[in-house]
Design a protein around this ligand. Structure first.
Ligand code: ATP
Ligand code: MG
Length: 424
C-alpha cells in the first residue's frame, strides 16, 4: 500500500516551486520598497489567541481550526493574530511607534478541499501597526495592488467600511430587525447567523439570501461622522495613488476584529474562489489582546490562488531552471579531474552539472539538454591527454577548443571567465 499525502495538504513540486519562488521574490522586493520588515512566528499558538481575536462566532473558529484539544493549542489559521501576539509580547512599538511587518508561510483550516482551497495553504501577509491615517489604508492597499500588477494578474479591488464600536452595534441591531422580518427565507446558516453574526448574512452566496440582502440597511449609510470621514479620505487617497476600486457595501470579512476599511482583491478566473487577497483595519484588536491601544491594518494574499492564476495565464512565462555548464566526462580517467573541476566551478558560483555514469557522448548531451545547460564541456580521453577539452554552446551547437592546461584552479578560473564573457 502506497502512503499518500493527507487530503487538502499538497506537495509543491520543483516545476511549480519556480513560480512560488518568483512570487515570494516579487513580494519581498515590493514590501521592502514600502519599508516593511519580515517577522516569522511559530505555526502553533494557544487556541485562546484565535478565539479572542478572530471571534467565537466565525466560520474559522467554529469549524475550521486544527486544535489539539488536550493541549489547548491550534495550528494557526491566519497570521494577523500571531503577529499581534508577537508584537505585544516583545513590545515592538517601544522602539518604533509605527511598525510595518510582513510574513510568508503556511496556514491551516479544515475546509472542503477544492481548486484554490486547501487545508494547508500559504499566505503573504502584511501589516502596518500604530498608524490611523486614511493614507496608510490607501498605501497598504496600493502595495497589494502593486504586487498583483507586477505579477501580471488581472484582479479587481473592492472596498467597504465596517464602522467602529460606536456605529456598528446600532447598525447590527437594525440589521437583525430587518433580517428577522423575513427569517424564513434565509438559508439554515443565515438563520443562525442572524443572531450570532448578522453581518455575515450580507455576504452569503445563496441566491435566496442575496435577494433579501439587496434591500437590507447598509453599513455605509450608518457610519458615524468619524468613520464616514475616514472612508471618504481613504477613497480620495486611493484615487490620488491612481488605484482603481469599486465600493461593495455588502462586503464583510470572516474575522470579527475588522473595523472601518475592509477590502478584497478579486478574480473571476478561479471559479468559486473569488478572493485572491483580503484585509482591513483592526483598530481595537491589539488592546483586546492585552496590548497598547494601537490601531492596525493589514492584508493576506493566498499564494496557491496567485500561483494558479499565473499557471492559467499562458502569457506569463517564467525562466526555466537552468545550469551554466554540463561536464561530459568520457572515459574513467577523466572522471576525477572533471568532478574536481565541477566542484571548483560551484565554489565560484557557477551552476555546474556532471554525469558520473560514463555513458556515451550522445547520452550525456541529451542529459545536458534535460538540465537546460547553456554550455557543455566535453572531455574525451584523447583530448584530455593533450590537455584540451571541447566547449559546446548548446544554443547553436558551435564548438571551440578549451585549454585545459595548468592546475585545476587555473582551469576553473579560465572556464569561469570564458563563460562570463560568452554569456553576457
Ligand atoms: P474565502 O472567502 O475564499 O474563504 P477568506 O475570507 O476565508 O477567503 P482570508 O481569511 O481573508 O480568506 O484569507 C486571505 C486569503 O487567503 C484569501 O483571499 C485567499 O486567497 C487565501 N485563502 C483563505 N483560505 C484559503 C484556503 N483554504 N485555501 C487557499 N487559500 C486560502
Ligand atoms: Mg474562508
Amino acid at each position: 500500500m502506497k502512503i499518500q499525502a493527507i487530503n487538502g495538504f499538497k506537495d509543491i513540486l520543483p516545476g511549480n516551486v519556480i513560480r512560488w519562488q518568483y512570487i515570494e521574490r516579487c513580494a519581498r522586493d515590493i514590501f521592502e520598497r514600502f519599508g516593511m520588515q519580515e517577522i516569522r512566528m511559530p505555526i502553533m499558538e494557544k487556541t485562546e489567541l484565535f478565539v479572542r481575536s478572530i471571534g467565537e462566532a466565525t466560520d474559522v473558529v467554529e469549524k475550521e481550526m486544527y486544535t489539539f484539544i488536550d493541549k489547548g493549542i491550534t495550528m494557526r489559521p491566519e497570521a494577523t493574530a500571531s503577529i499581534m501576539r508577537a508584537f505585544i509580547e516583545h513590545g515592538l512599538h517601544v522602539q518604533q511607534p509605527v511598525q510595518r511587518l510582513y510574513t510568508i508561510g503556511p496556514m491551516f483550516r479544515h475546509e472542503r478541499p477544492q481548486k484554490g482551497r486547501l487545508r494547508q495553504f500559504h499566505q503573504l501577509d502584511a501589516e502596518i501597526i500604530g498608524a490611523v491615517e486614511p493614507r496608510i489604508d490607501a498605501e497598504l492597499i496600493a502595495m497589494g495592488q502593486m504586487l498583483l500588477d507586477e505579477l501580471g494578474l488581472k484582479t479587481s479591488l473592492e472596498i467597504n467600511s465596517l464602522g467602529c464600536p460606536v456605529c456598528r452595534p446600532p447598525f447590527k441591531a437594525r440589521l437583525i430587525t430587518y433580517l428577522e422580518q423575513s427569517i424564513e427565507h434565509l438559508c439554515e446558516d443565515c438563520k443562525r447567523r442572524t443572531h450570532t453574526n448578522p453581518l455575515r448574512v450580507l455576504d452569503c452566496k445563496k441566491p435566496s439570501c442575496r435577494a433579501l440582502v439587496v434591500e437590507a440597511p447598509s453599513m455605509l449609510e450608518a457610519l458615524c461622522p468619524e468613520c464616514d470621514q475616514h472612508f471618504q479620505e481613504v477613497k480620495e487617497a486611493l484615487q490620488a495613488l491612481r488605484v482603481p476600486f469599486q465600493i461593495n457595501r455588502f462586503m464583510v470579512r470572516g474575522l470579527d476584529y475588522y473595523t472601518r476599511t475592509t477590502f478584497e482583491f478579486l478574480t473571476s478566473d478561479l471559479g468559486a474562489q473569488a478572493a485572491v487577497g483580503a484585509g482591513g483595519r483592526y483598530d481595537g484588536l491589539i488592546e483586546q489582546l492585552g496590548g497598547p491601544p494601537l490601531s492596525g491594518i493589514g492584508f493576506a494574499m493566498g499564494m496557491e490562488r496567485i500561483a494558479l492564476l499565473m499557471e492559467q495565464d499562458t502569457e506569463s512565462h517564467l525562466p526555466a531552471a537552468s545550469m551554466d555548464i554540463f561536464l561530459a566526462a568520457l572515459g574513467s580517467e577523466t572522471l576525477a579531474p572533471c568532478s574536481l573541476l565541477a566542484h571548483l566551478l560551484r565554489q565560484q558560483g557557477i551552476r555546474a552539472a556532471i554525469d558520473y555514469s560514463g555513458r556515451s557522448l550522445k547520452a550525456q548531451l541529451k542529459q545536458a539538454g534535460r538540465v537546460n545547460a547553456r554550455f557543455t564541456l566535453i572531455v574525451g580521453v584523447d583530448e584530455w591527454s593533450r590537455q584540451e577539452g571541447i566547449l559546446r554552446d548548446m544554443t547553436n551547437q558551435v564548438q571551440q577548443p578549451f585549454d585545459m592546461s595548468g592546475t585545476p584552479e587555473e582551469q576553473s578560473l579560465r572556464l569561469k571567465q570564458l563563460l562570463q564573457t560568452t554569456i553576457h
